[in-house]
Structures are given as C-alpha cells and as structure tokens.
Design a protein around this ligand. Sequence first.
Ligand SMILES: *[C@@H]1O[C@H](CO)[C@@H](O)[C@H](O)[C@H]1NC(C)=O
Ligand SMILES: *[C@@H]1O[C@H](CO)[C@@H](O)[C@H](O)[C@H]1NC(C)=O
Ligand SMILES: *[C@H]1O[C@H](CO)[C@@H](O)[C@H](O)[C@H]1NC(C)=O
Length: 424
Amino acid sequence: MMGWFQYLSAASLLAFVPRVSGLLAFPGAEGFGRNALGGRTGSVYHVTNLADKGTGSFRDAVSQANRIVVFDVGGTINITDRVVVSKNVYIAGQTAPGDGITVYGNGLSWSNANEAIVRYVRFRMGKSGDSGKDGITIADGKNMIFDHVSVTWGRDETFSINGDVTNVTIQDSIIGQGLDTHSCGGLMQTDGGISLFRNLYIDNKTRNPKVKGVNDFQNNVVYNWGGGGGYIAGDSDGQSYANIINNYFISGPTTSVTAFTRGNANFHGYVSNNFYDSDRNGVLDGTALCAKTTCYSDMDIVSTKFDYPGPTTLRSPADAVTYVLNNVGTTYPSRDAVDERLVAEVRSWGKTGQLISDEAASPMYGPGYIAGGTKPTDTDGDGIPDDWERAHGLDPQDSSDAMEISSSGYANIEVYVNSLVPSS
Ligand SMILES: *[C@@H]1O[C@H](CO)[C@@H](O)[C@H](O)[C@H]1NC(C)=O
Ligand SMILES: *[C@@H]1O[C@H](CO)[C@@H](O)[C@H](O)[C@H]1NC(C)=O
Ligand SMILES: *[C@H]1O[C@H](CO)[C@@H](O)[C@H](O)[C@H]1NC(C)=O
C-alpha cells in the first residue's frame, strides 16, 4: 500500500512522533521553557570518560541532535575549546555517580539548540576560556530549560541570552562570579520570553541580570552586586514587558549602588513585593521596596501583572531566600565547594563576598575536587540500572525499553532520570 509517508525521510518521520500537548520537560519544569522536548524521540548516549573530546566524551555526546545524555562517570571535564550543543539534547547531570559533573575551562553555546533540557551540571568557564566570550551563550533558538545548573566565571557575561530567542527558563540555578574586568551576571534580552525563577545571582559587578524584552523574574535572590548594578532595567528604544515579583536583594561588601538601576518609559514593569536588605549587618532584615517609579529606576510601573507562565508556588521574599539557599544550583548528587562557598557568602548577610578576576587564585583556588564514584549495574547498557528496571516492570536484558514512551508521555529513561531528583 502506498502512503503519503513514503515521501518522507526517516528524519522527517521523527518529527511526527506525537508531542503530548502540554507535557512538561520534566515534573517541576516551569515558565516559558517548560515544554521543552529534549531527546525524547532520539537515543541514549553514555558519557563514559572525562576526556575533552572523542568517543564517550561530553563534547561528543552533545555534538549530535536527539539524545538523552547520561553520565557513567563523575568528575571534572576540562574543556579547551568551547562546546557547542546540538538541538533536542537532554543533558541529565543527575545521573552522574560520585559528586556529579563539572565542565571547566571554557564556555558553551546553546545557540540554535532548540528543545534543550539541562539539569544538575556545573559549568565553570574560567580565565583560560576564550576572551570576550560568555560562560553560557544563547544567541537564537527556542524552547530550552536549565534546571539546577551552576554557572560561574564567565569572561564576558556569565549566562547571556541575546537575540531571536523564544521560550527559555532558568530555574533553581546559580549565576555567579563573573570574572573581572567585565564581571557580569548576564544580559537577558529577547522578545520571545525568558523566565528566571528561584535563582541566585551573586558576586557580579553588573547585570544581575540586565533585562530587555519579555521577562518574568520571580523569587530570585541577588547578592553582592558591584557598582555596575543589580537588576538593570533596559533603557533602549525597544519595548520591554517584565514581571519583577517577590525577589530579595541583599547588599554585600562590593555593593555600592541600589538594587534597581536604569530603565526608561519603554520599560514596562509589573513590580510587586521585592525586598531589599542594604545594611550588611549580618542579619537578614530587609524591607519591602517602595512602589514608586523612583525605587525601580525610571521604568514605567504598570498595575497589571503580565500573563506569563509563572511559578506553581510563589513564595514570600523571605521564604524565597530560605528555599533558594537550600535548593539552588547543582545540589544532586551533592553541592561542590564553589557553590557551598557562594551560599555561605549569602548567609553572612552582607559580611562576606567579593568579585574575583582569577578563579585559580585566592579565595576560590579553582573548581575543587569532584569525586568520580561508580555507576550502578546496567546489564543491557540502556542507561537504566537493573534494580530500577526490575522494580518498574522493565527488562534489564532488553536495551530497547529505555526509549519506549510510557503511559506518562515520557520515555522510560526520562521517568528514571527524573525520579532521581525532587520534582520542584
Ligand atoms: C513557546 O511555548 C508555548 C507554550 O509551550 C508554545 O505554545 C509556543 O508554540 C512556543 N513558541 C515556539 C516558537 O515554539
Ligand atoms: C581537570 O583539571 C583539574 C584541575 O583544574 C584537575 O584536578 C582534574 O583532575 C582535571 N580533570 C581531568 C579529567 O583531567
Ligand atoms: C563581579 O566581577 C567583577 C569582575 O568581573 C569584580 O570586579 C566584581 O568585584 C565582582 N562583583 C562582586 C560583587 O564581587
């Protein structure tokens, strides 16, 4: 029998795998990027070594589209050249044994890497990375979600989104210690929608973040920004439409300007219940910022919240601080020394924290030691350990069941990797 599909290549047939409408990237995914598809229609790739390149390396894993990337090793992957991530890749850092995965030495690009899911990985660029480049860059693309990542030591910006970009979420993540002389958290500039929920911006001189376009900024903690500014409202001719809700700004030793700067009549902000603790007295005792335009730079304050896909649970600013400090960054399998230090700086409530220009020098002394660990037994090599397969009615001798779509709408391996970590 002849059918219309005979004219389609295998690749275009792949695109017809039904996308379950409204299925979250993973349980707990929120915001504009919440429906990212990841590698659901592709195959499993095992990172089997910590080498910079070659078979089994992280670089090789993300070089091709349609993959769910699992880690059979933990440790520090030192990269020389920047890593460019392909479309439809789910990087499941939570599968790494030992103390998880750190990618160190240069930055990464998700430009054009549509449908990305990235969870539980530390991306630490550093002084030896390419001059003038970001820790993470997204210059175009759509439908991406970054969850529990830790991004530090960008040479230009640390995490920067700028261009024709649609539907991105960064949630429960750390963006910090942009290296001097730029020392930036990052630009968040697109009309296509960016959600920033429950993140920690820390120790960046400026752009914590700098926002232009469509942006939803809720329940974040911003600590020890420098003279360049904390939340910088875009002040260009383009129109911006931003929610800024229930965030907490805390001055540190480097802070010399107020929490919000710049903005103009083109920046339309719904601003509600943001707290600011400016006294650096070792106690968290901030107060609500006033609601007048002058308290939020010169932006156009609007009275109706923009109808963006918000967080499921909106916390008070004080509860957001508690939640963020307990949960932010790559907390599974464990927090590393860098993130522990950054969180401890916040808990000094103004007493400690500094901008740095060389991550290898005092006080950071590099990315620290990340233990390797041993992966659980996986007889058929499909990425799902035998014990979990048996407990969930799968066959530990049949590698084809990992990519089968379960009744939940997720591939079986996604159900497994998502079960390793809390769903919100
Ligand atoms: C952005 O996300 C929404 C909600 O998932 C979706 O309806 C829309 O098609 C997405 N935009 C693009 C360009 O994919
Ligand atoms: C990466 O570099 C760090 C030092 O910065 C070192 O401790 C680690 O062993 C290196 N990792 C590999 C896989 O060579
Ligand atoms: C942010 O980084 C810059 C260097 O890039 C540094 O000068 C500045 O002190 C840092 N900010 C803070 C608060 O440490």
